[in-house]
Design a protein around this ligand. Structure first.
Ligand SMILES: Nc1ncnc2c1ncn2[C@@H]1O[C@H](COP(=O)(O)OP(=O)(O)OP(=O)(O)O)[C@@H](O)[C@H]1O
Ligand SMILES: [Mg+2]
Length: 313
């Protein structure tokens, strides 16, 4: 089995004097999901479009599974499924008919078509809707068919530009769930997103860009620990007001500071990793203060994102 890869090599896109992308280098390799983050105008779509030959680099190149997208377009793109700027599907088509067209474009052999279409409909959880007209579908259902179309030739690489943006919370959760499922195959998924919770939930690694330049690329776990400087916080909720218990919580081993969020909720700051967090939870339960919930406070990725992006402005 080959290891899927995307190599972004010194990629630059200039519009006149303005550089939408400025010598970006990234090497993604193996079956995983990589989140591509950055504020509006950072250059994410520009990168993904160059990776799929929708626009051309001013300098540099992109290799998909070792093949140059410009030099050997057909081979490079044959292993890649793409969802950028979700196309409108003809409302009078059924998912089966729309996917048959996508399979045709992607040269899926006639003998395999039916099986592939059934497989991808199952992957995006739309099998029950296979013969209904797309025109009646919700936005989330249409997006699932677009995802199925990107998967119809069973690509090892999947390039998605904000796949859940514009969907309602249920649609977002469905897309997130499907992407999690897509990871079970030998697939490399490169996905831009503004939804940091989605990235935290489904991605193994994150690349952050701003003003066309890479700020960092690392595993989610490394990024979180590197930037948090070992400082963490958990939020604890209690069934009854906690006033008198605050000092007892503050005295627990490993706790650095306790912040009262309201009468029944505390933010407990501590240094150290999961081991310390586990001990604090155990000791907190032992204090018998009517604890009802205990979870990490905020989204560490959000804090890191804001810190890094505002630093460069
Ligand atoms: N055809 C074009 N001509 C001139 N400038 C362009 C063109 N296409 C994109 N840009 C500019 O390039 C920059 C990067 O745009 P891009 O769409 O890649 O950002 P993005 O990271 O995808 O942002 P968003 O999160 O809003 O989707 C932006 O400043 C944009 O205005
Ligand atoms: Mg974009």
């Amino acid at each position: 089995m080959t290891r899927p890869s995307i190599v972004v090599d010194d990629l630059t896109k200039a519009y006149g004097k303005f550089r939408a992308l400025d010598h970006l280098n990234l090497k993604l390799e193996g079956a995983k999901c990589v989140g591509f983050l950055g504020p509006n105008g950072a250059g994410k779509t520009t990168t993904l479009k160059m990776a799929t030959d929708m626009i051309f680099p001013t300098e540099g190149r992109v290799l998909l599974n070792g093949e140059s997208v410009r030099g050997n377009r057909e081979r490079a793109l044959s292993c890649c499924g793409v969802l950028i700027e979700s196309p409108e599907i003809y409302p009078s088509l059924s998912p089966k008919e729309a996917l048959d067209m996508a399979a045709d474009i992607r040269n899926v052999p006639a003998a395999e078509r039916k099986r592939r279409i059934d497989d991808v409909l199952a992957e995006v959880k739309m099998s029950d809707w296979a013969d209904k007209k797309v025109g009646k579908f919700s936005k989330g259902m249409k997006q699932r068919i677009n995802l199925a179309a990107a998967l119809v030739h069973d690509p090892e690489i999947l390039i998605l530009d904000e796949p859940a943006t514009g969907l309602d919370p249920r649609g977002m959760a469905e897309v997130r769930d499907i992407i999690r499922g897509l990871k079970k195959r030998n697939r490399l998924i490169f996905m831009s997103s503004h939804i940091l919770q989605e990235v935290t939930d489904v991605c193994d690694e994150v690349a952050l860009i701003n003003h066309g330049k890479l700020l960092f690329y690392d595993t989610l776990a490394n990024v979180t620990s590197r930037f948090s400087g070992g400082q963490s916080a958990v939020d604890a909720s209690f069934a009854t007001p906690i006033e008198v218990g605050i000092s007892r919580v503050g005295a627990l081993q490993g706790v650095e500071r306790v912040e009262a969020l309201d009468s029944t909720r505390l933010r407990i700051h501590f240094s150290g990793g999961p081991g310390v967090q586990k001990r604090i939870l155990k000791d907190l339960v032992a204090l018998d203060l009517d604890l009802v919930s205990f979870r990490e406070s905020g989204n560490p990725l959000e804090e890191i994102y804001l810190e890094q992006v505002t630093k460069g402005d």
